[in-house]
Write a new protein. Structure first.
Length: 267
């Protein structure tokens, strides 16, 4: 049913909003990353979206899927799509997701982005029973999933930039630094010492948590890194097997097609 494509996927995070356009094979033909701005109204968002599409010569979307962990922005995108593009976006939530198993105390409270990651991890679960998506965003999420759309739980850790900002705001003599790896763990100046703590320290935290998670699981787990800070940190972590920049967006398109199939709208 080609009338459903292109499919627009919008992932609203607390720092960035990542958008993608997928063709009928669910291949992402375009992706964009813009700042999440809580001040933008539906008309502003429609103008921005229209500009992105025309800048790249992309076709207008015929359907949409939306995941938001910044509620007012998600609602504003919903209105923008309805009023200016004539689209009713599928909003990702535990309540609207059929045939998945969210094995949490309160399934309804899980972040929509984490449900998308569960679908994005699917392709890595051919040779492993379990997967851990480490999503380096405002918060660093570890999403522990099992084959067959099982969300098993995870970890929410303070994001690297948030940790750095907290330190700078409380220590008068510390300069703001770029979150980059220094040459050695032993820093011989203030900047390198800070980078060591923030980047190598962060990588060790991630490796340590992944080892703990793997010990708690009854089978092998593959670990995949995604999110804004993943590019910097994934090569430093020893416990991460894959880096996948578009895992969340691709997960959204898979979740959408799963939903369409359950509803009989897609073969
Ligand atoms: N292009 C980039 N290169 C390196 N780090 C980035 C980039 N974009 C975002 N970050 C870092 O990633 C984190 C935010 O990730 P992001 O995916 O934007 O968050 P969220 O999913 O919460 O919106 C911050 O630590 C930020 O410094
Ligand atoms: C943990 C999060 C804040 C991560 O958001 P992000 O860092 O991607 O902006 C988000 O997934 C969220 O608000 N989750 C709700 C709580 C939960 O997942 O248990
Ligand atoms: K995110």
């Amino acid at each position: 049913m080609s009338t459903l494509f292109p499919l627009l996927a919008i992932d609203v995070g607390n720092t960035s909003t990542v958008l993608g356009l997928a063709d009928e094979h669910l291949r992402l033909t375009h992706t964009w990353r813009v700042r999440t701005n809580r001040d933008l109204l539906p008309d502003d968002l429609a103008v921005q979206l229209h500009s992105l599409l025309s800048l790249t010569g992309a076709r207008l979307p015929a359907s949409a899927v939306l995941s938001s962990v910044a509620p007012p922005v998600g609602q504003n995108y919903q209105l923008a799509l309805r009023q200016h593009f004539g689209l009713e976006a599928l909003e990702v939530s535990a309540e609207t997701l059929p045939q998945v198993s969210i094995e949490l105390d309160q399934p309804g409270s899980v972040g929509a982005d984490r449900l998308c990651n569960m679908f994005g991890a699917e392709e890595y679960l051919t040779s492993h029973e379990y997967g851990v998506v480490v999503d380096f965003g405002t918060s660093t999420n570890f999403d522990v999933v099992g084959r067959g759309h099982r969300f098993l739980g995870g970890v929410l850790a303070t994001g690297a930039q948030v940790s750095a900002d907290a330190l700078f705001s409380r220590a008068a003599k510390l300069p703001r630094i770029a979150l980059e790896a220094p040459q050695s763990a032993i820093g011989r100046n203030t900047v390198h010492a800070l980078q060591s703590g923030l980047v190598y320290g962060y990588a060790e935290m991630v490796d340590g948590l992944l080892r703990r998670i793997r010990r708690e699981l009854p089978g092998d787990a593959v670990a995949i890194a995604t999110g804004g800070f993943a590019r910097t940190i994934q090569g430093i972590c020893r416990e991460i097997d894959h880096y996948d920049e578009t895992l969340t967006l691709r997960g959204m398109t898979l979740l959408w097609s799963h939903q369409q199939r359950v509803l009989g709208r897609l073969d």
